[in-house]
Design a protein around this ligand. Structure first.
Ligand code: FES
Ligand SMILES: [Fe+2]
Length: 403
């Protein structure tokens, strides 16, 4: 079977079953280069992926280079503030045009033969194209050599790209989350740093680990003490899934003193939610900060993970606030590093023959089931179907009985 057929079979035989009887994706989905290649084609053509925090390009005339599954990309902010995304490939001999992020630049100059491109991607000048013996630069007649642009959009301080151009509008992708989190005024958040990791594990294992509170007491004892798994509730909706808590306290979590969003209800001030929206986009929202975790799959067994942090902008020069911001990054860095051996261990075991598929905990692993189903639906070329109300109802009953 080809990868699409494999996913169609997994949907039909395993993931479309109710949570209590569904079984998880087999090891082949975590190890096969063919499955990986098909997944990357689908993610690139039909989903939005984060390419930068807009705060990384806060100044006009700035550029930010990156790779996405090995593809060189560049995000630009022009003098008028417009953000664009391009393939970071010089149209002459094809070398990466921008090798490092920069601000206050008027144009992107290729390091190989000096062709210059404006920040809107148009070729500005190339020398020695006027005929033999003519050494002038040329700025006309080369428009077919402008940079290839990529569909690009922004949402609450994040820059997204959809290289294949087939995803629904970004506003539609984020609409359900906007509705859920309408109480939170994201305009009060400002970019406040990032963390990066490379793991020897398939990208789906990283997402599944994010969605899993089940392991917290065993892998993250300090986190579990501050935010007990018993106070977590699963969230499974057609357009997002994850876990939440209604007892979030910043001082207990180790970073008290951060200003919180104004306008939040008392319940909103105690709420923390960790949700996956697209297969590579996860967000953790609190009254005082937001983190955005994005996945960049490198190959079937290697994944880059990027975490962007956003804090309420008020009082940012106060030493206590600076210290609390540092604590947030340090705490999450510790938690993320605690997860790496587990994710890498799962990859080792998926390469070993005894492991195939397994069951889902009805209490803890509904969001993981929803994620595997989301990926399988994307791969099987099927529009997501709303979950049965009875399944969600059963989950909430279970939560109520355990909490
Ligand atoms: S490769 Fe860029 S100018 Fe030649
Ligand atoms: Fe974890």
């Amino acid at each position: 079977m080809n990868p699409v057929q494999l996913y169609q079979a997994a949907l039909h035989e395993q993931l479309d079953q109710p949570l209590a009887t569904a079984t998880s994706l087999d090891s082949v989905f975590y190890t096969s280069p063919d499955v990986f290649a098909a997944e990357m084609e689908a993610l690139s053509s039909r989903t939005w992926r984060v390419v930068a925090a807009a705060g990384q390009l806060s100044q006009p005339n700035s550029v930010h280079s990156l790779t996405m599954t090995g593809q060189p990309l560049v995000v630009t902010r022009a003098a008028d503030g417009t953000i664009r995304c391009f393939h970071n490939v010089c149209k002459h001999r094809g070398v990466p045009l921008v090798t490092e992020s920069a601000t206050a630049i008027k144009a992107m100059r290729c390091p190989y033969h000096g062709w210059r491109y404006r920040l809107d991607g148009t070729l500005e000048r190339a020398s020695h194209f006027n005929g033999i013996g003519d050494h002038r630069v040329c700025n006309t007649g080369l428009s077919s050599l402008d940079l290839d642009d990529i569909r690009c959009a922004t949402w609450n301080g994040l820059v997204f790209a959809n290289a294949g151009g087939e995803a629904p509008p970004l506003t539609a992708t984020m609409q359900a989350l906007d509705t859920r989190w309408h109480e939170y005024d994201f305009t009060q958040f400002e970019y406040g740093g990032d963390l990066h990791y490379r793991l020897a594990g398939n990208w789906k294992l990283v997402v599944e680990n994010f969605l899993d509170s089940y392991h917290n007491p065993f892998v993250h004892p300090a986190l579990n003490k501050a935010s007990s798994w018993k106070a977590h509730y699963p969230i499974v909706e057609p357009d997002y899934f994850g876990v939440g808590s209604n007892v979030y306290q910043s001082d207990v979590a180790g970073h008290g003193g951060l200003p919180i969003l104004t306008g939040l209800s008392p319940a909103g001030q105690r709420r923390a939610e960790y949700l996956c929206v697209t297969p590579t986009l996860m967000l953790g929202l609190h009254a005082d900060y937001l983190f955005v975790l994005t996945i960049d799959p490198i190959d079937a067994q290697t994944t880059d993970e990027h975490v962007y942090f956003f804090f309420v902008g008020a009082d940012k020069d106060d030493p206590k606030v600076k210290s609390a911001r540092r604590n947030v990054l340090e705490n999450w860095d510790r938690i993320n590093r605690e997860d790496i051996p587990v994710v890498e261990g799962m990859q080792v075991c998926r390469n070993a023959s005894p492991y195939g598929t397994s069951v889902f905990s009805p209490f803890h692993e509904g969001p993981m089931h929803a994620f595997q189903r989301q990926v399988a639906q994307l791969m099987a070329n099927r529009k997501p179907k709303p979950r049965q109300a009875s399944v969600d109802h059963a989950i909430h009953e279970l939560v109520g009985s355990e909490a």
